[in-house]
Ligand binder design. Structure first.
Ligand SMILES: Cc1ncc(COP(=O)(O)O)c(C=O)c1O
Length: 454
């Protein structure tokens, strides 16, 4: 049976080049990067080369790259490594659970968190972040791209707000890495988490950018690995695989792959939207909640911390103009390359599309249970995710969609289609063939559609 995998935001397969790059480090070059003999040296220099590639990927110095086990560890490290009792933490209600659960744990240690809600389109308004600040705010954490909607957040503007307030700024870039260029200097962040398995690299490995001078306590202590910022024998094959995936991702950002991917996603989306009772979460203009923006400054300014001023030449020479042209808000729409009005306010969001990564669309289907549709599509060979997550055996609607103002029924009826970088026209054709069949079948047998349920 044809199988089409459209769940890239959950995980991605290794690209063959990544597999090949990793292969020698499992057997012939198995050395411990800390050993002084030849085997150790080979491993050590592989890690050094990988660090240089990651520094280029982040646009930072080699010494600012810390290898770890992935996005969850990077996110947890930012929170547990910086926040102390009495601190205030600002994040958003649409973050991954690696942030939300860590914030919850910090509550027990006397750290209060403000969760900033998104607009109806899934964007975080920088002014809302600014309003949430307090004199004791030590850390702000906002994701680059949302894993469920693909909506890109205005991290550069938030970086400026953090700098003005003297707060540290962490970006969870797990879903943005490889889909838009990273430029930690331009973003103005102190910390930035990425994960290899979301960008065609191996699972269980990632990296955290740590700006020089950031007083981050390590999560893991033991040996002096990673300049004492993350103890534990380096996962050399994983690190080599991450670097290869990052190198390939940098090429894809420039060779037109992502533009084609956005076109495929748009064709898929348009095809599905031909079905009645459907709509897009996080891109289709929706009206903003009443009174969600007010311009009152309402927060005390703190003098910028020492870390905020330490700017120095990063590994990648010039700032990546692609970032300026294609990422960020207000600004151009990554999907189309159109330049939107830089003076546009968040209130105008209701008439403008919001920027999204190229591979993701999140669609609601009225009169359907998303979970039933996920299963029906799986039986037809298509892998997608629902707008709900299983917590302790109960299916809860997605916290992201609820935060955007969807009611529970619509959130439960939503599906995320996230395309692999290797997706083809034939994949989209197949999905566009089976989705209408599955939707028609499920609606025909749905008591909700038939109006037999209240
Ligand atoms: C936005 C975001 N952050 C963090 C993570 C966690 O990354 P990892 O699976 O590498 O622990 C994920 C994974 O789904 C994610 O989507």
């Amino acid at each position: 049976m044809t199988r089409v995998y459209m769940d890239a935001n959950a995980t991605t397969p290794l690209l063959p080049e990544v597999m090949e790059a990793m292969r020698p480090y499992w057997i012939e070059r198995f050395g411990n990067a800390s050993s002084i003999h030849l085997d150790g040296q080979q491993a050590h220099s592989a890690v050094d080369r990988a660090r240089a590639t990651l520094a280029e990927f982040f646009n930072c110095h080699d010494a600012e790259v810390v290898f770890n086990s992935g996005g969850t560890e990077g996110d947890n490290t930012a929170i547990f490594g910086l926040l102390r009792p009495g601190d205030h933490f600002v994040t958003t209600s649409i973050e991954h659970s690696a942030i939300l659960a860590a914030a919850e744990r910090m509550a027990a240690f006397g750290v209060e968190t403000t969760f900033v809600a998104p607009t109806a389109s899934g964007l975080i308004d920088p002014a809302a972040i600014e309003r949430a600040l307090r004199p004791e705010t030590r850390l702000i954490s906002v994701m680059l791209a949302n894993n469920e909607t693909g909506v890109l957040q205005p991290v550069e503007e938030i970086g400026k707000i953090a700098k003005a307030a003297g707060a540290f700024f962490h970006i969870d870039a797990v879903q943005g890495a490889g889909k838009v260029p990273l430029d930690v200097r331009h973003f103005g962040c102190h910390l930035c988490s990425i994960s290899a398995h979301k960008m065609h690299g191996p699972k269980g490995v990632g990296a955290l950018f740590v700006r020089r001078g950031t007083p981050l306590e390590p999560l893991l202590v033991g040996g002096s690995h990673e300049r004492r910022r993350r103890a534990g024998t380096e996962n050399v094959p994983g690190i080599v695989g991450l670097a290869k995936a990052a190198e390939l991702a940098m090429h894809s950002l420039e060779d037109g792959t992502l533009v084609s991917l956005a076109a495929l996603r748009d064709r898929l989306e348009a095809g599905i939207l031909e079905l009645s009772g459907t709509g897009v979460n996080g891109a289709a203009p929706q009206s903003a909640p009443e009174g969600w923006r007010d311009n009152s400054p309402g927060h005390a300014q703190r003098s910028p911390g020492k870390e905020a001023s330490s700017d120095h030449a990063p590994r990648r020479g010039a700032a990546n103009s692609f970032v300026h042209q294609n990422l960020g808000f207000p600004g151009p729409d990554f999907r189309t390359g159109e330049t939107t009005n830089p003076n546009r306010s968040f209130n105008e969001e209701s008439t403008n599309p919001v920027p999204r990564v190229a591979n993701t669309t999140n669609i609601w289907f009225d009169h359907l249970e998303g979970e039933a549709l996920v299963i029906a599509l799986d039986l037809k060979g298509v892998a997608v995710s629902g707008g709900s997550a299983c917590h302790s055996g109960a299916t809860e609607p997605s916290h992201v969609l609820l935060a955007m103002g969807l009611d529970k029924t619509r959130a439960r009826s939503s599906l995320r289609f996230s395309l692999l970088k290797t997706a083809t026209e034939a994949d989209v054709d197949y999905v566009l063939k089976v989705v209408p069949e599955a939707v028609a079948h499920l609606r025909a047998i749905s008591p909700v559609a038939a109006g037999t349920l209240g």
